[in-house]
Structures are given as structure tokens and as C-alpha cells.
Design a protein around this ligand. Structure first.
Ligand code: SF4
Length: 689
């Protein structure tokens, strides 16, 4: 530690701000971050980064970091030693388990934590505490995409890499805004579009940056993507523009699927989506003419009551046109957080062990029982949506949340916070005193990515090493170490002394990752799963076959579920998403002065038509109210949004602006991902200054 203070050091890390997974060297002197320097050999980004990756790190030294464990005494929190805090956590969890059984406690892991930490969190829940009640924030974003990909093609991940997206002739972006959410990836698309004639279709409610540049912008009615995707697919089949030989040789279920498309005529699609017949046909023709088609999609697709089905519609389209398994083709659910992919890969979900091995499969369970030396739970676990409901129902008594701002990030924030109030015991492990932490009984101070070793897995299934740049601040500790010390209090034989020990264990158990070693990930080296025992990896999936028994993909018949409806007083549709400069709920980037001074808070975008009709100006203060809650926010008048559609970035430092006070608890039926994008509000002008 002393040496670090006096010397200039240069350490490789991986960005913690989005699923692109940029890696770069961080130059430091002591705790001072001198600069971030990307390297040519960085696989996802080479010499690029965005504003967050380049400048977004000062939060690590922010005086508001929690640096010692805190325990609630009445309304106040008092600092205690690690031993006292961990003893208390162990005692209380034990008491609650003894009184109510292991399934009375829920565990939430984190997409901001490393793979190794995620592995330990699910191991702690299952092997130490005896429950499958483990989940992570991909439930809020990409679970529907994972569900659809696993059902149709076999693996829950992007079918290729960022390089493949750059190689395609036609990129379709559905319900995603890469220019702000995945900036470096969007630069690759812009370059391919401008320099190499790559065609671009953007389907989005908002005319975002890439929609402006696109050959075709589709603006369907909110929540109607499944209809136009299915209608275009039907049209391709009817016109004989699908890939018959691919369908015959590699795909099951074509006839039944084709039959299910009967209702999706162009006329029906025009009516439901508001897209013109010409635009639908133009979309089909562009797909027909593309040798290589890649479809990128994100939360505009997944965060709906039919999020999984719409994701499946995308997979169906790609399979019917044979646009899978070749370079430049495939499905790319753009993972939001840096390690959303990894948190899922590590088994932080109630139904799967690491490597997506089924928790309901006895052979899998037996394997883990032998490896971990315990009897493992057979009851079905709860996901994070079910956990909230189970607290309200009095069944879930305690929660342990690692690195997630669930109180503001889960939809229907008032409902979630009311649940947290009811918990008998609540542990929050985080780096800042978040809104969620306000409800905690014990707060354990964790270390951010710059203060630890480990691996992250980006959106292209690429596993990359991050190295410790700084010592943990004050008394904070890396999450893996906190979990290890806690597990030992329950008598677990956890002997990990470094994250490398944990990855060694993962590779020995999860087939998908069997060839992963720290040696093979040294420096800027990386591996894209599946990684075979000899260390060979898989940048492009499905080149020969699909990982089902007969090697064939599956087309899945779908029906349309219309979006939620609201009472007439809620007359404005509100969409939400990210903004370039800030990350997530804002706990990190609003603590970076350079970024905060540029974009100090969030806002709601209103269209020029609506501004005109209601007398709104730039900066009008408005109250937005849904059936679930209200927010107070300033307006920005912009033609990025149209008519009665509003858009609000979710990133804010002010609680009264947090979008999820408006959103409901309605969700996708298959995955319970909230329908964040299906929300209507009433607007009232408060001030015009
Ligand atoms: Fe970080 Fe994503 Fe920006 Fe890359 S594009 S620097 S991973 S936030």
C-alpha cells in the first residue's frame, strides 16, 4: 500500500458502466486517478471509450463512501467493527432461518460485482443458507431476451460479438439506444454505416441519434413490436423470401409457426402498430436484400408485459431468414450493466446453477452437492419480483442485497419500499448509502471494481480480467471477501484467498466455462463462452448446430398480448431509459464532479406539439402522476419525442425525480420482468420559470 502512494502505477481494468466491456489502463498516483488510457489490444473497444469510461471514476474517493460497517440503532446507524457486524448478520439470519425455514430469506446479487462474487452469492444462498431464493438485476432488464434465446437457439447470450455487428450488411436496432446506452458499440455501427455502406433500421419510440442516421426509422405504437416483427416475418415467408434450406436443415417447428402467423397480415399490423404498409414492406425488402443481418435489441423490447414473446419474435425472424451462425448475423440483446451477463452465467437466478445448468435437474444438483459437500435445496426459489410480493404476504422475512439500488430501480418503488419496511432483518452491502440502505438493519461497506481483482463478462459473452488499481478505501472490503467471512461464520469451509481460487472452482463445475483460467485471461486476453477444457472459446455461436438434443433450433408460435391500459385521465405515455453521461440510478456518476456539472439532473422530454398545446417551455417544472405515484421534474422540449409521448432518463440524483415512482408492478408473464415501458401519466404544470 505504501509503495502505491508514492509511485505512478498503471493497471488494467474493465469498465464498470455498460455491457460493451471496454478495457483500459488506469494511471494512478496513490489514490489519485491520473488518466484512463485505452489500448489497441482491448478486444471490445481498442482505443475508444465513452465519457463514463474516461472520466467516471472519481466516485471511488468520494467522502460519502461507506468505510465501516453500520448497524441500525433506532432511526440512526452507528459504526461497528467488522466482527460485530458479521456476527450480527450471521446470528439474525440463523434465527430467522430456524424460526421460518431457509426460504424465508431472499438474496440479491449484483451485475456490478465480479463473476467470482456473483458465484459466491448464489453459493452462499444455496449451499450455506439452503434456499434457491437468489436473483439479480437482469430480472429488471434482459431476462426476457435470455429466456427467448435459450428457448429458440439454446444459449442465453449474444449469438456473436461486437465485430459481427460491425460486419453485417443490415443492422436492425429494436427498442435500444446504443448511442447513449452502449456508446462505443454505437460508434462501431456509425462507422460501418458511414464508411462501409452498412444499412440501418431503427425501431424506436424516440428519434434517437442512430434513428436520425438510419435508412429507415420505424415508430410503432408503444408495446406493439411483436406485431410488426411477426407481420414482416409472415410477409417474408409469403413472398418466398425466407431461407428454405436453413429452415429445412437446421430449424424445427416451421409449419406450426407459419400457421401461427396467419393473423399477422400487413393490414392488421398497420392497424395495431400505426406503421404504414409501405414501411413494413420496405423493412421486409431490406431484410431480403441483406446477406448478413444482425438485430440488436434492449429494454424497449424486454420491459413489456410481452417482453419475452417479443424477444422470441426477433429470434424467429432471424431463424426463418437463416441469419444465425455466420459472421455478421445474429441476435444481440445489448446487456445494460457491465456484468449482467456474468451474474446470469454464475447462476444468480432461482432456476439455474452456474452455466445455466437447471436447478430442477437432479444430476446437476448431485454434482453440486458432491462439490460443495452439502445437501442442496429442492424447492423452487423466488425471483426478485416474487420476493417483494412474498414480503407483503408475510412469507419472506429477511433479505440480503449486494450492490443493488432495488428501492429505486425496481418498478413501483412505493410498493417495493413498503415491502422493505416490513422486513424483520435487512442486510445491504454497498459502497454508498443508497436509498435501499435507508431500510437496512446492517450496512456492509463494499469495494468498487477499481479496488478488487476478478472478472467481468460483457455483452458478447467475453470474460475479461480486472486488476486491483487501488486499495479498498478505509474499512471497506471486496464483496467476495465479505461473503467468504460471513460463510465461515456458518461453518462453511470457504478457503478462498483470491478471486482466482473462486474462478478455478467455477471452471471445474460449470460446463460452459470449463476451460476458463486466470492464465488464459491474463492482461488483455479474453475468452468468449462456451470455453472448452482446452481453452478454445466461441466468438460465434451456432456455426454448425444448436445446443439441443437434435442440434436444431426451435421456432416458437406466438400470440400478441396488447400493452397495459390506463384510465383516461392518464393521457400521456411515458417511456424511460438511459442518458449518455450517467449510469443507472446515479449513485456513482452524480458523484463525479466533471460529469455532474455537465448534466446535473434528469428531465422529461416533451414534444413540440405537446409543449404548444399545454404551454410548456424548456425548464417548466411539472408533476407527473400515474396510478402508482408521482414525480416532480423539469421539461426539455425536443422533437426526439412525438405527440403525447414523453421520455425520461432514469438516472437522477434526486429522489423526487425517480421514474419508478410512476411505473407499475405488471410484468412479463414468463420472466416477471416489470413492464417499465408501459406507463401512462397525467401532467400538471407547477412552475414556468
Ligand atoms: Fe464503459 Fe460502456 Fe462507455 Fe465502454 S461504452 S467506456 S464499457 S460505459
Amino acid at each position: 500500500a505504501k509503495m502505491r502512494e508514492s509511485r505512478i502505477e498503471r493497471t488494467k481494468t474493465v469498465c464498470t458502466y455498460c455491457g460493451v466491456g471496454c478495457s483500459f489502463d488506469v494511471w494512478t498516483k496513490g489514490r489519485k486517478i491520473l488518466k484512463v488510457e485505452p489500448q489497441m489490444d482491448a478486444p471490445a473497444n481498442q482505443v475508444s471509450t465513452c465519457i463514463k469510461g474516461k472520466f467516471g471514476w472519481d466516485f471511488v474517493n468520494n467522502p460519502e463512501r461507506i468505510t465501516e460497517p453500520l448497524v441500525r440503532r433506532g432511526e440512526a446507524f452507528v459504526p461497528v467493527s467488522w466482527d460485530e457486524a458479521l456476527d450480527l448478520v450471521a446470528t439474525r439470519l440463523q434465527q430467522i432461518r430456524d424460526a421460518n425455514g431457509p426460504d424465508a430469506i431472499g438474496y440479491i446479487s449484483s451485475s456490478k460485482c465480479t463473476n467470482e462474487e456473483n458465484y459466491l452469492m448464489q453459493k452462499f444462498a444455496r449451499a450455506v443458507m439452503g434456499t434457491n431464493n437468489i436473483d439479480n438485476c437482469s430480472r429488471y432488464c434482459q431476462s426476457p431476451a435470455t429466456f427467448a434465446l435459450r428457448a429458440t437457439m439454446g444459449y442465453g447470450g449474444d449469438t456473436g460479438g461486437i465485430e459481427d455487428i460491425a460486419q453485417s450488411d443490415l443492422v436492425m436496432i429494436v427498442g435500444a439506444n446504443p448511442a447513449e446506452s452502449h456508446p462505443v458499440l454505437s460508434t462501431r455501427i456509425r462507422r460501418a454505416h458511414k464508411k462501409h455502406g452498412q444499412k440501418l433500421i431503427v425501431a424506436d419510440l424516440r428519434k434517437n441519434d442512430l434513428a436520425h442516421r438510419a435508412n429507415l426509422w420505424l415508430h410503432p405504437a408503444p408495446g406493439s413490436d411483436l406485431v410488426w416483427l411477426s407481420a414482416v416475418t409472415k410477409y417474408l415467408i409469403d413472398e418466398g423470401w425466407y431461407d428454405e434450406s436453413f429452415v429445412n436443415n437446421r430449424v424445427d417447428g416451421f409449419e406450426a409457426y407459419k400457421e401461427s402467423l396467419e393473423p399477422f397480415t400487413l393490414a392488421y399490423a398497420e392497424k395495431e402498430t400505426g406503421l404504414s404498409r409501405e414501411k413494413l414492406i420496405q423493412t421486409a425488402e431490406m431484410i431480403r436484400d441483406a446477406k448478413r443481418l444482425a438485430i440488436c435489441f434492449a429494454m424497449g423490447v424486454t420491459q413489456h408485459v410481452a417482453g419475452s414473446d417479443t424477444s422470441t419474435a426477433i429470434c424467429n425472424l432471424l431463424l426463418v431468414t437463416g441469419q444465425v451462425g455466420r459472421s455478421g448475423t445474429g441476435a444481440y440483446p445489448l446487456r445494460g450493466h457491465n456484468n449482467v451477463q456474468g451474474a446470469g452465467d454464475m447462476g444468480c437466478a432461482p432456476d439455474v446453477y452456474p452455466g445455466y445448468e437447471s436447478a430442477g435437474d437432479e444430476a446437476v444438483r448431485t454434482k453440486y452437492e458432491a462439490a460443495w459437500g452439502v445437501k442442496l435445496p429442492t424447492t423452487k426459489g423466488l425471483d426478485n419480483h416474487q420476493m417483494v410480493e412474498a414480503i407483503h404476504d408475510g412469507k419472506l422475512k429477511a433479505m440480503y442485497i449486494m450492490g443493488e439500488e432495488m428501492a429505486l430501480v425496481d418498478s413501483n418503488a412505493n410498493h417495493v419500499q413498503a415491502a422493505f419496511e416490513k422486513l424483520e432483518f435487512f442486510v445491504v452491502q454497498d459502497i454508498f448509502f443508497s436509498k435501499t440502505a435507508q431500510f437496512a438493519d446492517v450496512i456492509l461497506p463494499a469495494s468498487p471494481s477499481l479496488e478488487k481483482d476478478g472478472t467481468f463478462t460483457n455483452t458478447e459473452r467475453r470474460i475479461q480480467r480486472l486488476y486491483q488499481v487501488l486499495e479498498p478505501l478505509g474499512g471497506s472490503k471486496p464483496d467476495w471477501l465479505i461473503l467468504t467471512e460471513l460463510a465461515r461464520r456458518f461453518g462453511a469451509n470457504w478457503t478462498y484467498t483470491h478471486p482466482g481460487d473462486i474462478m478455478h472452482e467455477v471452471a471445474g463445475l460449470a460446463q460452459l466455462l470449463s476451460g476458463v483460467t486466470y492464465e488464459r485471461l491474463e492482461g488483455y486476453k479474453s475468452l468468449q463462452w462456451p470455453v472448452r477444457p482446452d481453452g478454445s472459446d466461441t466468438p460465434l455461436l451456432y456455426t454448425e448446430s444448436f445446443p439441443f438434443d437434435n442440434g436444431r433450433a426451435k421456432l416458437i408460435a406466438l400470440e400478441y398480448t396488447a400493452p397495459l391500459t390506463f384510465d383516461a385521465q392518464y393521457d400521456l405515455h411515458i417511456n424511460n431509459g438511459r442518458m449518455l453521461e450517467h449510469f443507472h440510478e446515479g449513485n456513482l456518476t452524480y458523484r463525479v464532479d466533471g460529469i455532474k456539472s455537465k448534466v446535473p439532473t434528469t428531465y422529461v422530454e416533451v414534444s413540440p406539439e405537446l409543449a404548444n398545446e399545454r404551454g410548456l417551455k424548456d425548464g417548466s417544472l411539472v408533476r407527473l402522476e400515474s396510478p402508482y405515484g408521482k414525480v416532480k421534474v423539469r421539461t426539455v422540449v425536443t422533437d426526439r419525442v412525438v405527440g403525447k409521448e414523453l421520455y425520461m432518463p432514469m438516472n437522477t440524483p434526486k429522489e423526487e425525480e425517480a421514474i419508478n415512482y410512476l411505473t407499475s408492478s405488471y410484468h412479463d408473464e414468463h420472466t416477471h420482468t416489470p413492464a417499465y415501458k408501459e406507463c401512462m401519466v397525467h401532467m400538471e404544470i407547477l412552475r414556468q420559470d
